[in-house]
Design a protein around this ligand. Structure first.
Ligand code: ADP
Ligand code: MG
Length: 364
């Protein structure tokens, strides 16, 4: 990869826009020092900045990595190689491929033609528009999309927190749309696990008690609770913090505790809304590895909303939402993380077309 060439190219495109380094930095939410480093070839933009940077400079990812505007197909291939090199540097070299499938697993979640219309005083909003998909047991599926595309609404419908205007949602074969309001809390406890960005653990209970409470609610025999917690905690590397309160542990540990509590009760599906949103990249990678492990070793099924490409690259499949619809689906198949990461970046670029700015900047 020719970092100098890329730097010169960024500088040219920035100047063509009439922006100072400072102005570009502001638009990206980073310091002008970082821009200066890129332009002099001393460093490369962070992966999370690729999409917003290309959007601002009106270039494609391939052009960014080629360090020039591309007209010729050969350069495109070359640029693909460079992109893989950058991603490998950043994510590490993941040789582990997905487990050899496919023992046909039953569908844990079936979403059929669901829509959600929010009626407000002044207008009605079609937040989810005729969405259908299935998830088989043991899969780790991501939902990506710009802010306001309907991700949280979709997750809330599946979580029985909200009811769809139309359509059917089956979890473990049961149509959850029919569940009476007063039974939803029970259903959630019995069948669902939650790992959200905030509000995960009860602050007045220790980590151990948080997990034990979930098991007690699920009527687990008292004698086996200790043993279940011990074995899961070892797997998730939280044994040392079991006696602490949630506010005494790090954000990463808290999220792993939320995972432990979620998996302990063997839910049909674990729902995660931006679970890595408040974590640094090391803690985020640890949490995502835990998700992958839960799928492999516990046959857990996970549906995760994220706008972070790095997080999405751990999934088996990504659903891309735009304006309430699923606009595209991407399967990881036998690809490694880096290759899938590159696929996701390109898909976002394709879907977003001209309007790159709508994907949020993850970190700087
Ligand atoms: P995302 O999670 O992808 O950012 P949301 O599901 O939160 O998107 O929102 C999708 C759309 O539905 C947005 O236009 C949002 O303003 C609207 N919306 C979400 N919740 C409500 C609500 N309770 N009442 C009215 N409109 C809502
Ligand atoms: Mg949301």
């Amino acid at each position: 990869m020719n970092q100098n060439k890329i730097g010169v190219f960024i500088s040219e495109r920035r100047k063509a826009k009439g922006w100072t380094q400072n102005q570009l930095a502001e638009k990206l939410g980073i310091t002008d020092k970082a821009i200066s480093k890129w332009e002099t070839g001393r460093s490369m933009p962070d992966l999370s900045l690729f999409i917003p940077l290309c959007g601002l400079l009106e270039i494609t990812l391939n052009e960014l990595f080629a360090g020039e505007c591309i007209t010729d197909e050969n350069i495109k291939e070359k640029a693909d190689e460079v992109l893989m090199e950058v991603i490998t540097n950043w994510l590490g070299n993941d040789k582990g491929k997905l487990k050899a499938e496919e023992i046909t697993q039953k569908n844990v979640l079936e979403v059929q033609n669901i829509s959600k219309i929010y009626e407000t005083e002044s207008n009605s909003v079609l937040a989810v528009n005729d969405v259908s998909f299935q998830i088989a047991q043991g899969r780790f599926v991501g939902i990506m999309g710009a802010s306001g595309s309907g991700k949280t609404t979709l997750l809330n419908l599946i979580a029985t927190i909200d009811k769809p205007t139309n359509g059917i949602i089956r979890i473990g074969g049961q149509n959850i749309v029919d569940i009476a309001e007063e039974d939803t809390a029970n259903f959630r406890r019995e069948h669902l696990g939650f790992v959200f960005q905030e509000y995960n653990l009860l602050e007045t209970l220790t980590i151990y008690e948080n997990i034990a409470l979930a098991l007690t609610v699920k009527e687990t025999p008292k004698e086996s609770i200790g043993q279940i917690i011990q074995s899961i905690s070892e797997k998730l590397n939280i044994s040392a913090v079991l006696d602490k309160f949630p506010y005494e542990v790090s954000g990463g540990q808290r999220q792993r505790c939320a995972c432990a509590r979620a998996i302990a009760v063997k839910p049909d599906i674990i729902l995660a809304d931006e679970p890595t949103g408040a974590l640094d990249s090391h803690a985020a990678k640890q949490l995502l590895s835990v998700f992958v492990m839960l799928c492999k070793e516990y046959n857990a099924t996970i549906l995760m909303v994220t706008h972070d490409v790095m997080a999405a690259s751990y999934c088996d499949r990504i659903l891309f939402m735009q304006d309430g619809e699923i606009k595209a689906t991407l399967n990881r198949e036998q690809k490694n993380k880096q290759a899938f990461f590159a696929d996701i970046l390109k898909k976002i670029e394709l879907i977003e077309g001209e309007s790159h700015d709508v994907f949020e900047i993850v970190n700087s």
